[in-house]
Design a protein around this ligand. Structure first.
Ligand code: ATR
Length: 288
């Protein structure tokens, strides 16, 4: 019989370091998720949460790499800075010009973006909802909306209507995506005349400040999927609206969070974790 080392400290090897960078970052569930994946697949790693003020990420990443850092997740508001700090990137990160995942390649950072994949996997694989050919309403036109639009189009949605408090931003996003046949904009004030949608995605940050976007019930029908890209308290207002509107599926972004993390984990470690137990744990915790 041989002794199995119980603690990482017992191992006579240098542990690869990973971290999530954000500002603030204390609330992040990424350390918990990645440690759970690592435990599941018997991967030895250290995963920290590192606060980096805007404008300081490139220096923080350089220090991290010098200190054994080989992978990083990036959250708000640093995703554009992360992209700028990388010397190479995936096609999807290049399209978005923002990154949520970095891989250290010996002498430079490689950038990727797994947010869109996370959303599509959560909707399609976990919840088994087929978005192909569907009419989607995107509420919000900031970074969160931009981050998932290409993946929605690649997943084969029929039409996306973007609506936003500031209509000019919706127009800008529509121009950026460059698919006038499938993507159009609509005034938020005039949504009552837009008909109903198969999916309504809340990509605004309104819930983070306790505010709510005023949406008419007429945009939902009894088969509608309502999805908030955020989770927890920030999603509660939109989810309450969706339940009252009678939507068939009412989901927050917890599943997307776990799926984008799994895609990052696979990029770093070459193995895809089973996301179900971690998702179940997060759901249990979020229900107190
Ligand atoms: P993120 O990267 O989280 O998307 P962002 O780029 O600042 O952050 O975008 C925030 C989005 O939430 C925007 O669409 C914003 O609308 P505006 O473009 O009009 O600012 C939207 N938003 C934030 N608070 C809102 C509120 N109280 N009501 C409606 N929309 C809101």
């Amino acid at each position: 019989m041989f002794e199995v080392p119980k603690l990482v400290d017992d191992l006579d090897v240098t542990i690869a370091r990973y971290a999530i960078f954000g500002h603030p970052v204390g609330h992040s569930k990424s350390p918990l998720i990645h440690r759970a994946f690592a435990h599941q697949l018997a991967v030895a790693l250290r995963y920290d949460a590192i606060d980096a003020a805007p404008g300081t990420l490139a220096a923080a990443l350089a220090r991290f790499a010098a200190d054994g850092g080989v992978g990083a997740n990036i959250t708000l508001p640093l995703k554009a800075e992360a992209f700028a700090a990388a010397r190479a990137c995936s096609a999807r990160a290049k399209r978005l010009e923002v990154a949520n995942t970095l891989v250290w390649r010996g002498d430079h950072w490689f950038a990727d973006n797994t947010d869109g994949e996370g959303l599509i996997r959560d909707i399609g694989e976990r919840h088994r909802i087929d978005l192909r050919g569907r009419r989607v309403l995107m509420v919000g036109a900031g970074g969160a909306a931009q981050g998932v639009l290409p993946a929605l189009l690649d997943a084969g949605v029929g039409k996306i209507t973007i609506t936003n408090r500031t209509p000019e931003r919706a127009d800008q996003l529509c121009d950026w995506i460059g698919d006038p046949v499938r993507v159009q904009t609509w005034y938020l004030d005039d949504l009552r005349r837009a008909g109903d949608f198969d999916a309504v995605i809340n990509a605004t940050s309104a819930g983070q400040s306790g505010a709510a976007v005023d949406l008419p019930f007429s945009i939902a029908n009894p088969r509608t999927l309502a999805y908030d890209l955020s989770y927890g308290q920030a999603a509660s207002g939109f989810l309450a609206w969706a339940k009252t509107a009678g939507c068939a599926y009412v989901l927050d972004g917890l599943g997307m969070l776990v799926e984008q993390a799994a895609a990052a984990f696979e990029l770093w470690h070459g193995e895809r974790p089973d996301t179900e137990p971690v998702y179940a744990q997060l759901i249990r915790e979020s229900h107190g």
